[in-house]
Design a protein around this ligand. Structure first.
Ligand code: IPM
Ligand code: MG
Length: 365
């Protein structure tokens, strides 16, 4: 494995459109910083089902294992909706997360000042928002066994899943969340449902125990229903939120809307040796696929996270983030964040990618 192999998995619908802009950014950064970075491609999701009969073929897993980082577009779409749960495109994503043990999912929600009018919430409650959701990604109810649908003795069908966490699984995500809190404002809120669910009672117990190793971090706890409400009513009270797989899935979509558009939210999913899977938080958006209007910024910002966390190239990460910020402050928008103001110019996916690249070139010479 050369140290800087990046595997790109474009996936379905808008996936290829947004990842091709992100790859342009990788190539520009590679050139501007004179880096040794190699990009290879693989298949995942519906495309992989159609061509290889599996949403995450073994070839993709092998390529992923020999890469330092993976950049993924999005998977899924109506074309595959009628498939059984176990063979849907989403399984490809779950499989790659699980196989490479990408357990720590970092979902930052930061408001770009220039976009505070794009959210459906009032800009005064959002100004300066900068929160990070740390979601456990390879266990919990998504993966718990037993699971299934069966017919009970009364002849009625029953569906069931298992919500479980082992102590080591909780402890390792807690450690990551505490460490990240130490690099930020030293405030960590653990979200659970420990008034009802034993599994999250254990979660809370371990968080409290682990906090002894991080005495500078102020640890608080919140039930998930309250956390959903607080994210809407007073989001700036949060710095880092740590939670399980399903609650994190839901809360991160809520926090995405705080930033104006889900088209802006990047994510990193790390394993214990900092290899990572980087993807936008949004889905494959079949309704706009092929129209050239998808917002590539969440994927481009995921590339910044990739340079930061898996390649340890903080300067490159910062330049990408700054370029996005400046492009936005110059009024360039894709349609999802366009508010029709005369200071704004609405761009296509490709034009937005080009604009970020132009900015990177200006910032690094
Ligand atoms: C996400 C997505 C996935 C998840 C789906 C596509 C399996 O919603 O990354 O948030 O639930 O984890
Ligand atoms: Mg989700």
């Amino acid at each position: 494995m050369t140290s800087n192999n990046i595997l790109v998995l474009p996936g379905d619908n808008i996936g290829p459109e947004i990842t091709s802009e992100a790859v342009k950014v990788i190539n520009q950064v590679k050139q501007s910083f004179n880096l040794d970075v190699n990009v290879a491609y693989g298949v995942i999701g519906g495309e992989a089902i159609d061509n290889f009969g599996h949403p995450c073929p073994i070839e993709t897993i092998n390529l992923a294992k020999s890469s330092k980082a993976i950049l993924l577009g999005a998977v899924g779409g109506p074309k595959w909706d009628s498939l059984e749960l176990v063979s849907r495109p989403e399984q490809g994503l779950l499989k790659i997360r699980k196989e490479l043990d990408f357990y720590a999912n970092l979902r930052p929600a930061c408001i770009f000042d220039d976009l505070s009018n794009s959210s459906s919430l009032k800009s005064e409650i959002l100004e300066g928002l900068d929160l990070l959701i740390v979601r456990e990604l390879v266990s919990g109810i998504y993966f718990g066994e037993p699971r299934g649908i069966f017919t009970n003795d009364a002849g009625d069908r029953e569906g069931f899943n298992t919500y479980r966490y082992s102590e080591p699984e909780i402890r390792r995500i807690a450690k990551i969340a505490f460490k990240l809190s130490m690099q930020r404002n030293k405030k960590l809120c653990s979200v659970d449902k420990s008034n009802v669910l034993e599994v999250t009672r254990l979660w809370r117990e371990i968080l409290i125990d682990e906090s002894e190793n991080f005495p500078e971090v102020a640890l608080t706890h919140m039930y998930v229903d309250n956390a959903a409400m607080q994210l809407i009513s007073n989001p700036r009270q949060f710095d880092v939120i740590v939670t399980g797989n399903m609650f994190g899935d839901i809360l991160s979509d809520i926090s995405a809307m705080l930033t104006g558009s889900i088209g802006m939210l990047p994510s990193a999913s790390l394993n214990s040796d900092n290899r990572g899977l980087y993807e936008p938080c949004h889905g494959s958006a079949p309704d706009i696929a092929g129209k050239g209007i998808a917002n590539p910024l969440a994927t481009i910002l995921s590339v910044a996270m990739l340079f930061r966390h898996s390649l340890a190239l903080e300067d490159a990460a910062k330049v990408i983030e700054l370029s996005v910020k400046e492009v936005l402050s110059e009024g360039y928008r894709t349609v999802d964040i366009f508010t029709n103001s005369i200071e704004e110019k609405c761009l296509s996916t490709i034009e937005m990618g080009d604009m970020v690249i132009k900015k990177i070139k200006e910032l690094v010479h």
